[in-house]
Design a protein around this ligand. Sequence first.
Ligand SMILES: [Zn+2]
Ligand SMILES: [Zn+2]
Length: 257
Amino acid sequence: MLIDTHSHINHERLADSLAEIIKNLDTGRVGQVICPSYSLESSRTSLAVAKHPRVYAGLGIHPENATEWNAETENFLRIHLNETKVVAVGEIGLDYHYGTDKKGLQHDVCIRQMELAREFNLPVIFHVRDAWEDFFELVKNHRDLIVRGVVHCFEGDSEIAKTLLDLGLYISVTGLITFKHRDALREAVKLIPLDRLMVETDAPYLSPEPHRGELNRPEFVSLVADKVAELKCMTPVEIDEATTKTAYTFFNKMQKI
Ligand SMILES: [Zn+2]
Ligand SMILES: [Zn+2]
């Protein structure tokens, strides 16, 4: 069984089909799903979907929503991070895709949430886009705050993967590894050891081939795992077992099934 370690099943585009999504988990070899958050509102809805026995939540403010950070948000996280079904802080990080004008704020909001994660002894889910150098610096300067950290939706090359591994981080890959022009990413996947590698859909985005362009859903994580198996010359069963084992080590509050 696989774990879809990053799936926005609380997203408005998926929320209506939640019952069907849960029912279809088995067809995609999916045992459990982690629903991370990107705002205060999505942290609330993540908690709601995590009421389902096979769903867990991550709570946090995405760098694109860094302006949402205030006493109310921090208080909300403080109230809920101890809950049994909350297994991580995230997604948090740096995203300069739409500009660098908020980079100082993103940096501060990321660190505030890393401090909370440390306080609650939780791993963090990092979202990093077009910001590698600053992210490396941030991690180097604040290693003491990281219980365990994963860079989700990894889209870098082998050099970046090596740096992340040297920093002690985990790496999670999506359907991007099935896309045609992503050879550098596929090369990187080959060198990530299985005890640091996890799989995710990042649903509703980034549907893997042959479903590219469709609404993504947790069951499609099996297509990501199949591609990892192909790249590592292993069987899908071996990849399922290895990545699930890694996910249980990383998200250690999860109940094993
Ligand atoms: Zn993300
Ligand atoms: Zn996400």
